[in-house]
Design a protein around this ligand. Structure first.
Ligand code: E4P
Length: 319
């Protein structure tokens, strides 16, 4: 048995990709996208017809072109997954609760125009205070949310209290931060701070019976994935899916509800002031959240420019 098949006994495997062919190849249960992944897809000549359709449907409105692009890639990806696709809200709205809600509703309405039901979509929002507040309200109107750019325990605790469907704690970017801080090329898996962060969050959620699911994300190596076998979901990039599939072996369960229940993890309740204070106490969390927002915004801007120049050069007829 491959490590991938074995891992599927313990965790729901998700493809972290905007590459429609890769999703079709791996046939995961769900798939996740982000602005950086969709920029890469939009630049790829294989998906030019999707880009052209987005330009055509946007009828000259540059913001609408990016929204349509995200949703059209989501529609294509959904042809190859039985479950859900995650589509991210504009990073520029990370500190705008009302703007995030409006954008989420807009994305869901575009999916609806394509005949895609909201149950098949997870709206990704940055795990800022405003993003978490927006997600809590969206959940109450039946729009399911996936909280991204999640690095600190305070972010995880606040997301659980908001009753969001799913969180995506980032393993690899935490690992990157500490590698750089310690000036080392690697951190052994037993000491990996990204893995430790997800273990703590998972145990905390299960200990207190939160309904929010935990999806480990942003992996740099196979060992990090295998160290989280048993986590509710794991979203994995195609190159790592390939490695897991090519390696025979048995994954061993590392996380379980039973073990979580044995942990001494007191309940934490955070109002806005406490959230901001606790998150700010974590230099890695503050640094990586801020950087993550900047990076997704930069890639979304590049994508917007690409769409504008393609629209100008191709003059695609409006739909
Ligand atoms: C998935 O939801 C995340 O956007 C993704 O895993 C981030 O991965 P990266 O840190 O490799 O960009």
């Amino acid at each position: 048995m491959s490590q991938l098949d074995s891992l599927k006994k313990y965790s729901l495997v998700v493809a972290d990709s905007g590459d429609i062919d890769a999703v079709a190849k791996w046939k995961p249960q769900d798939a996740t996208t982000n602005p950086s992944l969709l920029l890469a897809s939009a630049e790829d000549p294989r998906w030019r017809s999707v880009v052209d359709e987005a330009i055509s449907r946007a009828s000259g409105d540059p913001d609408a072109a990016t929204d349509w692009l995200f949703v059209l890639f989501g529609r294509e990806i959904l042809k190859h997954v039985a479950g859900r696709v995650s589509t991210e809200v504009d990073a520029r709205l990370s500190f705008d609760e009302e703007g995030s809600i409006a954008k989420a509703r807009k994305l869901v309405s575009l999916y609806d125009k394509l005949g895609v039901k909201r149950e098949r979509v997870l709206i990704k929002l940055a795990s800022t205070w405003e993003g978490i507040r927006a997600a809590g309200r969206l959940e109450r109107e039946g729009i399911r949310c996936n909280m991204t750019l999640l690095f600190s325990f305070a972010q995880a605790a606040a997301c659980a209290d908001a009753g969001v469907t799913l969180i995506s704690p980032f393993v690899g970017r935490i690992y990157d931060f500490y590698k750089k801080l310690r000036n080392v090329d690697d951190i052994p898996i037993e000491e990996d701070p990204g893995v430790a962060s997800v273990v703590r969050i998972y145990n905390y959620y299960k200990k207190h019976d939160y309904r929010t699911q935990v999806m480990g994300a942003s992996f740099r190596k196979v060992e990090q994935i295998l160290a989280l076998a048993g986590c509710d979901l794991l979203t994995i990039a195609p190159d790592l899916l390939q490695k897991l599939n090519a390696t025979p072996g048995e994954a061993e369960r590392k996380l379980s509800v039973e073990e979580a229940k044995r942990q001494n993890l007191p309940r934490v309740e955070l109002d806005e002031k406490a959230f901001r204070w606790e998150h700010n106490q974590d230099p890695m969390g503050t640094d990586k959240l801020a950087e993550g927002i900047r990076r997704f915004d930069a890639d979304a801007r590049k994508l917007g420019k690409l769409m504008t120049s393609l629209a100008a050069s191709s003059a695609v007829p409006a739909k």
